[in-house]
Design a protein around this ligand. Sequence first.
Ligand SMILES: Cc1cc2nc3c(=O)[nH]c(=O)nc-3n(C[C@H](O)[C@H](O)[C@H](O)COP(=O)(O)OP(=O)(O)OC[C@H]3O[C@@H](n4cnc5c(N)ncnc54)[C@H](O)[C@@H]3O)c2cc1C
Length: 390
Amino acid sequence: MELTFTEEQAEIRKTIISFAQRELNIDVAERDKAGVFPRGLWNRCAEMRILASLFPEPYGGDGFDFTTTVSIFHALGYACKDSGLVHSLITQVMCGILIHLFASRDQAARLLPDIASGRLIYAQAITEPGSGSDALAMRTTAVKKGDGYLLNGSKTMISNGPIADRVLVFAATDPTKKALGGFSCFLVSTGDAGFSQGKPIEKMGLRTLMNGELFLSDCYVPADALIGREGQGAILFNEVMEWERTLIPACLLGELERVLEETVQYAQEREAFDRPIGNFQAVSHKIANMKMNVELGKLALYHAAALKGSRKHAALETSVAKLFISESLKQACLDAVQIHGGYGYMTEYEVERELRDSIASTIYSGTSEIQANIIARLAGLKPHATTKLS
Ligand SMILES: Cc1cc2nc3c(=O)[nH]c(=O)nc-3n(C[C@H](O)[C@H](O)[C@H](O)COP(=O)(O)OP(=O)(O)OC[C@H]3O[C@@H](n4cnc5c(N)ncnc54)[C@H](O)[C@@H]3O)c2cc1C
């Protein structure tokens, strides 16, 4: 099986790469330092149809297949040095995928055009102060009231949370049922009574991505704010995670390719002991590892993308892609800083920012440990009877 982009995919990737290199990389260091969300650049990305590729044309999208969408985000991750902006865009697309897969036709027709055009910003809220990896231990509740639901609880670390116009909130509709029908997903809008958004939380990296707390205090939503059926939340969460664990590694793989290129160039230009440092095996083998991981990452990524694109279950393949590519990127960034020596530690060379950004990738969308648990289980290892599944 040969892994090559179609002519159309190659053409789109070329356009995205030249757009991102031309427009998205100006003042990244300053934005990172100030921790501001670049709304103008977000709008430009939307104009370039980056948010629209996957969604059907009647809903304002461009109707491309999932592999093409993955190849677009792969190109964006490679060419855009603002990883916070890239993560913000992925968050939006993931909310669109959830709606596309599970919402009613009416809801999709109403909601997807604003996602595809970027007119409204979306967020997805699962994590709470007391529950992250153990997502279904969430305390937020949604209790039926009249024709709608009353939501109470709080969420934290939510990407786009402080700036979102709409949030897909997961809540327990029947805490006694837990994963077997106890959770549901609701659309909450800014301005809904009882809903409030916290300020952006200061972070180590991805500083142009806004993460924050969300508060629901007797927040009433009508019945048609329910996305999917009542009790379908855990199914919805698991399915959407598989798509997310493909789209996210697509960007991370692009970043890994960029870090490799920058490091090769530096290792050829920087001299020590009368030769380029790339001539030292201790340096060249780190670069060889980066290249090997890029090549293996491509196989894992596009295999997972093909499976999800044909609507197959791919919990194993998507966890493999997420775990392998995020850990490879983190290691590559550490090695890149080392190869850049003291300059690698200085902000001017930007690899220190790549390292700070990369660390988050082994935490969000399920930590590396959680991906490993999933992989071990799907390799046939049975969990202990009293161990909760992750
Ligand atoms: C940049 C960023 C963006 C995020 N965006 C969002 C978002 O948009 N929406 C959202 O809902 N959440 C978001 N999160 C939250 C993220 O999903 C959680 O941080 C993550 O799931 C881990 O949960 P936790 O932080 O509570 O850590 P914990 O679950 O408390 O884990 C702490 C440590 O224990 C380990 N651990 C826990 N359980 C197990 C186990 N069973 N086996 C082995 N090890 C285990 C973990 O791997 C980790 O190392 C974001 C986080 C970050 C950093």
